[in-house]
Design a protein around this ligand. Structure first.
Ligand code: NAD
Length: 530
């Protein structure tokens, strides 16, 4: 039986002032800039997790009733792996980049310097309280910043453990944790930050966005929303049901990209629900209410929110539906015959309840998705490329995932972020590095360039105006009206090629007739202007 959640001691406003000023002082000292320093801190973060795996698992059990396998697979392993990736790649990520070659500007040696933004702030949520708290810290340090982490007060065991371990493993002048709730977060938002990353719900995202605007702090919002699953009746129901049930049950559905609801043709609804029930019985052979393999809901407020959703739906509970307030437990529940305007369809569910919404066809499913906020993830199960393309090409979402759920967040090299109301900005690995990095344009102009660009200086004589004409951009030919008269299409400029073919023909004829080849070549060059 896990022990009780600890009482968090919140950081005082005076301590927050001190933290902000210490970190700014450190940043100005240049301490965080050497790559070797960053690598040591990244490695220390990896050891912070690795040395304390059992304590983290225990904290997961307290805050979320999280089974140890899920604690490792979903967060602890991925955090260590993210540290290793950042450790291995930070030299490359931080390397100054040359601008693309352009004859006009080459002499200026234009480069992009990858520079830290300064002291950055990351506000993280309760649902993935290690990965989403420490992941941004890895990226922020890799980019050479100082960082303040504000973990969620709703997961006190994990947040308390992070606050205890960070000072033991990390440079305390570079990384600091602020514990608190709304007043402490609001206090933090009064400062100007090099960057603010907020991960959480859209309602609070709006508050954070407004606060950041007041200090002109750049901001990324990693939000949530309802992630739909579109089912092609030709897909393998067993495989689809297994993956969707897993995505819905893992962390008790408290995952930002959990499959939120299913859109399926009416005629396939019952067969698919049978597949979901088979998978459910396979996952929990002795019943969902007694299994140790399901997390609980984070707190009573969220438990009651979910219970109210179940109580007020006009759909029919196909299976599940059991709740236990004493354990904040809600059984995996599938609700059938749900209509688009049902109570289950208004907000992100963020719990183990899966509404199945029957639709006439895939066009109706696409229209439904497009009539609502752009989701963080859009899932489509189909063996058919045309079906998948139709769904993805005619919608917008943070990510487009075929035939699986959730795993795209962990795929190396893929950005993770929303679009519109599901968020803005990208994180994970190199993308978190980019978020916390300022691309500082830099040129170094040689003295002799004024022999070419001297015309930019007054007095602006006609001769100077004419000589700057050389730098004028030459556009492709003006687009022409399309054959059906409905739009503009590119006009292909074939003249040069036609002239070249014609000239080569002429040269060929001349050559075979014994003409002076040199003279022909000079004529052709003159003709095509080279
Ligand atoms: P939460 O309640 O833990 O809140 C997140 C953070 O906001 C906390 O640190 C909290 O202290 C702070 N906060 C809460 N209310 C505030 C207020 N009024 N003013 C200032 N700060 C405040 O977590 P949550 O928001 O309930 O988390 C769940 C949401 O996060 C879901 O919508 C989920 O989809 C989303 N999420 C998104 C991602 C992503 O990467 N896109 C990842 C995980 C979760």
């Amino acid at each position: 039986m896990p022990s009780m959640a600890p009482e968090l001691t919140f950081t005082t406003f005076q301590e927050i002032d001190e933290i902000y000023s210490t970190l700014n002082k450190t940043f100005r000292s240049g301490k965080t800039k050497p790559i070797a320093f960053r690598k040591v801190q990244i490695l220390q973060l990896a050891y912070l997790v690795q040395d304390n795996l059992e304590r983290f698992k225990e904290a997961f059990a307290i805050d979320l009733g999280r089974p140890p396998l899920e604690a490792s697979f979903l967060e602890l392993d991925s955090t260590i792996s993210d540290c290793k990736i950042a450790y291995d790649r930070v030299d490359k990520w931080a390397r100054t980049e040359k601008a693309p070659f352009n004859i006009t500007f080459a002499a200026f040696r234009p480069v992009i310097r990858k520079e830290p933004k300064g002291v950055v702030l990351s506000i993280s949520p309760f649902n993935y309280p290690v990965w989403l708290a420490l992941g941004p810290v890895i990226g922020a340090i890799a980019a050479g910043n100082c960082v303040v982490l504000k973990p969620s007060e709703l997961s006190p065991a994990i947040s308390g453990l992070i606050a205890e371990l960070i000072p033991k493993y990390m440079d305390n002048d570079v990384v600091r944790v602020v514990l608190g709730a709304i007043p402490e977060t609001s206090k933090l938002m009064e400062y100007q930050w090099g960057h603010v990353l907020y991960t959480g719900n859209g309602r609070v995202g709006r508050i954070i966005g407004v606060a950041a605007a007041k200090t002109l702090s750049p901001i990324s919002l990693e939000l949530g929303g309802k992630s739909p699953v579109v089912i092609d009746p030709k897909c393998d129901f067993k495989i689809a049901a297994r993956r969707i049930m897993w995505g819905k049950c893992v962390n008790a559905g408290q995952t930002c990209v959990a499959p939120d609801y299913i859109l399926i043709p009416r005629s396939s609804e019952d067969a698919f629900i049978r597949a979901l029930k088979d998978v459910h019985d396979e996952f929990y052979p002795s019943g969902a209410t007694t299994t140790p393999d399901i997390s609980h809901i984070i707190n009573l407020a969220h438990f009651h929110r979910l219970k109210n959703l179940l109580d007020s739906t006009s759909g029919t509970i196909a299976f599940g539906g059991q709740t236990d307030e004493s354990r904040k437990f809600i059984a995996p529940t599938v609700v059938k015959g749900v209509k688009g305007d049902d109570s289950l369809m208004s907000d992100e569910i963020f719990g183990p309840i899966l509404p199945v919404v029957p639709m006439d066809d895939v066009d109706a499913a696409i229209a439904y998705i497009n009539a609502h906020d752009h989701p963080l993830a859009l899932y489509c199960f189909s063996p058919n490329a045309a079906f998948k393309n139709k769904v993805f090409d005619n919608t917008q979402s943070g990510s487009a995932v075929a035939n699986d759920v959730l795993l795209h967040c962990a795929a190396d090299g893929l950005p993770f972020g929303g679009i519109g109301p599901s968020g803005s900005g990208y994180h994970t690995q190199g993308f978190t590095f980019d978020m916390f990095t300022h691309l500082r344009s830099s040129i170094d102009s040689p003295g002799w360039i004024d022999a070419i660009l001297g015309a930019r200086f007054p007095p602006y004589t006609p001769k100077k105006i004419a000589s700057l004409g050389y730098f004028a951009t030459k556009l492709p030919p003006r687009p022409r009206v399309s054959a059906n008269g409905h739009g503009l299409v590119e006009r292909r400029n074939n003249t040069k090629w036609l002239l070249l073919v014609l000239s080569l023909t002429v040269v060929g004829i001349g050559y075979t007739r014994g003409a002076d080849v040199g003279e022909w070549v000079r004529w052709v060059k003159g003709l095509i202007g080279v």
